[in-house]
Design a protein around this ligand. Sequence first.
Ligand code: HEC
Length: 124
Amino acid sequence: MKFFLKISLVLIFFGTVLTACDSKHENINDNQASSEEEIIDKIENKEKITFNDDIKPLFQVKCAICHNGSGLFDTQDFQAVSKKIAEIKTRVLVLQNMPAGGLPEAERELISVWLEEGALENNL
Ligand code: HEC
């Protein structure tokens, strides 16, 4: 009986922690370039995801505060980003530790589709 009591307490504890993390996450998401639905819509309906239309605005919100060319590569500059494709793949999509805490799934998916389609600058 004591064992089940302990297990219940542990579950309640983690339940509370997870719920707390989740609501914090939603607050962060309020700041993102587009809502999750907008991003999913874009991925499904747009012919091509491009740097100028889709990735640059996302990087502006999520990366440019640190990656502005003074020390760290400039995420608003297509040429600079092009040289970092492999690193972006590793850090943002595989390890998911850049930025710290990672990006929401929809934003990772948008970047992933952009890379799969050839990391295009624009539709021209
Ligand atoms: C809070 C500041 C901060 C934000 C926001 C941030 N980064 Fe970084 N990033 C760093 C720092 C500092 C380093 C260098 C240290 C390291 O490698 O962890 C770095 C390293 C990297 C690297 C590998 C280093 C290189 O030049 O090869 C990549 C790729 C990268 N960031 C991409 C991004 C992308 C893409 C975003 C946005 C989705 C982003 N970062 C958001 C601070 C940040």
